[in-house]
Design a protein around this ligand. Structure first.
Ligand SMILES: *[C@@H]1O[C@H](CO)[C@@H](O)[C@H](O)[C@H]1NC(C)=O
Ligand SMILES: *[C@@H]1O[C@H](CO)[C@@H](O)[C@H](O)[C@H]1NC(C)=O
Ligand SMILES: *[C@@H]1O[C@H](CO)[C@@H](O)[C@H](O)[C@H]1NC(C)=O
Ligand SMILES: *[C@@H]1O[C@H](CO)[C@@H](O)[C@H](O)[C@H]1NC(C)=O
Ligand SMILES: *[C@@H]1O[C@H](CO)[C@@H](O)[C@H](O)[C@H]1NC(C)=O
Length: 367
């Protein structure tokens, strides 16, 4: 079903559907960037994004998931809502649902095609108080397959303090994992049984600043490893996670290996792994998009793809994801909070969906 049919099917109307990219596709541009604060190295290669869409002032887009038809579902922190954005017709945002039982929505992940899980809870932007949300967090489900989206609560997680990044561990077995940024651990969630347990609890996931209770933030799985950002420790790490069926009856059916630090000096929010397994990380208060090479000769090398602290190029990037269609598989979509966590020098703007054309970037930086 294409987008137009989808809208008619959904009974929604939307002005001027255009089925071509309305903005010029962003191009790879060589330019000098200044040395950023912290230990991110200089790179001479940056990518200029194009703006897919911008929300009103004071809108914090927190996370995103992408439908098989290319549409983006984004979760908001400033109001507990989910919005649909179409890169093929970015002129309007469609409200998919709002959830007044929460103050904010956070991680969202695609479970099976067009079925999503997401986090709701009483997050507070006062980072030193992120234990006040204990008892408020839940995992919700959004099913986009029926003609009208179906949204249901899956389970409450009263022991969680600040649920953030969400990832699918096994759709077949109904398993998710979720980062708890304030407790500094990763929960294992059985959505079929409505149960949850601690899966990974290592020192590298803890927060290191009493005024900023943020440890592990983004989490993604790849080839038997869990990759994660640990924000205040400024780490990007991975840790082996091995299915152990014989443990299935005694709780969590996984064994955890030894933590490996891949890069330091990265104040990482969420990130995504590309087809080669390299990590594209947005550093929210640092206003940067960063690439970490995860394997091969250049393993551990770090490149600044866009922005620098205080810059408005990628002000307050919170999460990113590659397009799902052939036409946009190299386009990295980034959602932002417009600088609400740390205003750029030019001032706060409305949260944006940005598009970075990453085609050729690895070849440029690795030679
Ligand atoms: C950037 O360009 C300058 C001048 O051409 C060069 O000296 C420097 O080595 C380059 N840096 C990187 C990281 O490629
Ligand atoms: C979370 O916030 C909502 C909206 O303000 C409120 O109705 C709810 O009672 C809060 N939940 C908890 C557990 O404090
Ligand atoms: C769900 O709970 C049932 C009953 O306790 C158990 O037999 C089953 O193995 C559980 N499923 C999973 C995936 O753990
Ligand atoms: C079960 O899990 C624990 C904890 O992760 C691990 O130490 C143990 O080796 C696992 N058992 C088997 C049989 O794999
Ligand atoms: C958005 O905020 C900026 C300040 O950062 C202000 O200049 C601008 O007028 C605001 N826009 C709207 C539509 O309120």
């Amino acid at each position: 079903m294409n987008f137009t049919t989808f809208l008619l099917f959904m009974g929604w109307s939307m002005a001027s559907l255009s089925l071509a990219f309305p903005q010029p596709v962003p191009s790879l541009r060589k330019s000098r960037t200044l040395q950023a604060r912290g230990s991110s190295p200089i790179t001479n290669y940056t990518i200029s994004p194009s703006v897919v869409t911008q929300f009103p002032n004071d809108t914090w887009l927190e996370n995103l998931a992408i439908r098989p038809n290319g549409q983006i579902i984004t979760s908001l922190i400033t109001t507990p809502a989910l919005y649909l954005v179409d890169p093929l017709d970015p002129s309007e945002h469609v409200l998919l649902g709002d959830f007044p039982q929460f103050k904010a929505l956070l991680g969202i992940t695609s479970f099976v095609p067009d079925e999503f899980y997401f986090v709701g809870g009483n997050f507070t932007a006062a980072m030193s108080q992120n234990t006040v949300g204990v008892g408020s967090y839940a995992i919700m489900k959004l099913d986009m397959r029926p003609s009208t989206p179906v949204i249901t609560k899956v389970l409450d997680m009263p022991r969680a303090a600040f649920l953030n990044g969400l990832e699918v561990l096994s759709a077949e077995d109904g398993l998710l994992i979720c980062a708890d940024s304030t407790l500094g651990l990763v929960w294992w969630i059985d959505v079929f049984n409505g149960t949850y347990e601690v899966l990974i609890d290592v020192p590298e996931m803890k927060y290191s600043d009493p005024n900023f209770l943020l440890g592990v933030n983004g989490i993604h799985l790849r080839d038997g490893y869990l990759y994660y950002t640990s924000m205040t420790q400024e780490l990007f790490c991975r840790i082996p996670i091995i299915a152990t069926p014989s443990n299935a009856t005694s709780g969590v059916p996984f064994t955890i290996g030894t933590n490996e630090i891949l890069a330091t000096g990265i104040f990482g929010d969420d990130f995504i792994l590309d087809r080669q397994g390299n990590a594209w990380i947005v550093q929210d208060p640092q206003d940067m998009l960063t690439l970490v090479i995860t394997d091969g000769k250049a393993k551990g090398e770090v490149f600044t793809v866009a922005g620098m602290p205080g810059s408005d190029v990628v002000a307050g990037g919170t999460a990113c994801m590659f397009g799902k269609m052939e036409t946009d598989e190299d386009i990295l979509y980034v959602v932002t909070n417009g600088g609400l966590a740390a205003p750029p020098t030019t001032g706060i703007v409305g949260g944006k969906v940005l598009a970075f054309d990453t085609a050729g970037y690895l070849a440029e930086v690795l030679g």
